[in-house]
Each structure stands twice: as structure tokens, then as C-alpha cells.
Design a protein around this ligand. Structure first.
Ligand code: CTP
Ligand code: CA
Length: 229
């Protein structure tokens, strides 16, 4: 549609996108995970490739086939995602962290399956913090590289969605933050979506509700004009 035709082209740009959700193992068969489907990240990759970008998709536990022309690097855990991103981002023009990275992982992984009624039966699962990949990528950002974070937020007694999101953008130090309002609890796994893109310069761009491809096109239309010539 019209907005896409007017948006700057991504030809010659190198884009690295993380998508999906990490899984943190407890034992050989169990993990702590989340409900991220990877659909929005897939749409971002599809749209960027269609607009000429060289796209790498670091995919955490997404079954979908690779979008046409996109190189997929499969990962499982936050640590693997971190390693893959650090390997891929040098030379990238845009880095997009749309993956849902687990904030915590089990402090230890049992070598054998945890069995009921055994000495290994756990009362609780001690957790440790995972590294903040986005913060690390911001720290390593090369000149002119744009780093884009994602945030699924709900309003609460303290503040509304955008107030929380502005604070997160400042805390993370990324150039742009794509904000999903999940107050209604209806983003995960759904076909359509709507977002607001906040920029470090204070601007906010509303991307209207539509398919994840339409939202991806809106997100790229916000990112592309910010790329250096
Ligand atoms: N992120 C990351 N590494 C983590 C956690 C999050 O790179 N260990 C990235 C996500 O991919 C996303 C952004 O950080 O792009 C924001 O994630 P979010 O979970 O909203 O932020 P957190 O700082 O983890 O804050 P919260 O306590 O609200 O979960
Ligand atoms: Ca988090």
C-alpha cells in the first residue's frame, strides 16, 4: 500500500533481528519458557528482505520456515541468543531485538530427568538473572548503527503503558522502542497487532492496527528515515 511505496528503500542495508522466545532448561526434557510466537519478528524480517535488506534472523524456538532470502540462525536459550547476536551484529545497520528473552534461568540444570519421589524431587527452582542482551548490544553499538528494542507493557497503579515504556527506553539506551500494549492480554500468538514506536529524541509514532506484516511495514517506515545516508 501507499505508505510502503513512499518509505525509503532498505537496499544494501544489513539487518539483524532476534525473534521468538528463549527456553531455559531445568533438566533434559523441561524448560522455563514464554508465549512469544515469533510472528512479529518473522514479519519484520520478511518486510526488510522484500525491501532489499540483507537480513539475518536469530530465532529462538520458532518452527516457521525461513522467510524468502533470509538467513535464520536457530538458538534455544538466552545465552545462545546473546552469543549469536554478538557474532552477527558487527557491521549491521539495524539491530532489532524482538525476541522475548527470559529474564531468569534455573540456577542449575539437572543432568538427568527430575523424577517424582526421588532424592532429586525439587521443592522450588532457584533462578539466576540472564544477561541483558539489548543493553549489551547498545553498549557495543557502532557509529550510525540503530538499535531497536521491543517492550510488551501493561498499565498499572503506578503509570500507564507509555510512561512505563519511556522509562524503559531511557533505561535501555536504545534508539527506538517498539511498544505493545498487552493490557488486554491479546497480542501473543494473534495474527494482528498494533504498536507505538518511541524514539530517544522523544517522538512517538503510532502504527495502526493491522496484520503483523502491515505493522512490520509501519515499524520499518519509522526506522528507515533514521538511517544515516
Ligand atoms: N531483552 C534482552 N535481554 C534480556 C531481557 C530483555 O535483550 N535478558 C530485550 C528484549 O528483547 C526487548 C527489551 O530487552 O527488546 C525489553 O524487554 P523487556 O522484557 O520489556 O525489558 P526488561 O528490561 O527485561 O524489563 P521487565 O522487568 O519489564 O521485563
Ligand atoms: Ca523482561
Amino acid at each position: 500500500h501507499g505508505a510502503d511505496a513512499l518509505a525509503p528503500d532498505l537496499g544494501g542495508r544489513r539487518v539483524v533481528i532476534s525473534a521468538g522466545g528463549t527456553r531455559e532448561p531445568l533438566d533434559p526434557v523441561r524448560y522455563l519458557g514464554n508465549r512469544s510466537s515469533g510472528k512479529q519478528g518473522w514479519a519484520l524480517a520478511r518486510v526488510a528482505a522484500a525491501r532489499g535488506a540483507d537480513v539475518v534472523l536469530v530465532a529462538a524456538n520458532v518452527e516457521a520456515p525461513a522467510p524468502f532470502g533470509v538467513r535464520v540462525v536457530p538458538v534455544a536459550t538466552a545465552d545462545e541468543l546473546r552469543t549469536a547476536m554478538l557474532a552477527e551484529v558487527p557491521g549491521a545497520d539495524v539491530v532489532v531485538m524482538s525476541a522475548a528473552v527470559a529474564d531468569f534461568r534455573p540456577a542449575s540444570v539437572a543432568a538427568d530427568k527430575l523424577k517424582k519421589d526421588s532424592a532429586a524431587e525439587p521443592d522450588s527452582v532457584p533462578l539466576v538473572r540472564n544477561p541483558d542482551v539489548l543493553a549489551e548490544l547498545v553498549g557495543e553499538r557502532s557509529p550510525g548503527q540503530l538499535v531497536v528494542g521491543f517492550a510488551a507493557e501493561t498499565g498499572d497503579a503506578d503509570a500507564d503503558v507509555l510512561t512505563h515504556a519511556r522509562a524503559k527506553l531511557a533505561r535501555k539506551g536504545c534508539d527506538l522502542l517498539v511498544v505493545n500494549d498487552v493490557s488486554a492480554g491479546q497480542v501473543f500468538g494473534r495474527a494482528d497487532n498494533t504498536v507505538v514506536v518511541l524514539a530517544a529524541d522523544g517522538s512517538a509514532t503510532e502504527v495502526p492496527r493491522g496484520s503483523k506484516d502491515a505493522v512490520a511495514a509501519g515499524i520499518w517506515a519509522t526506522i528507515a528515515p533514521r538511517l544515516p545516508d
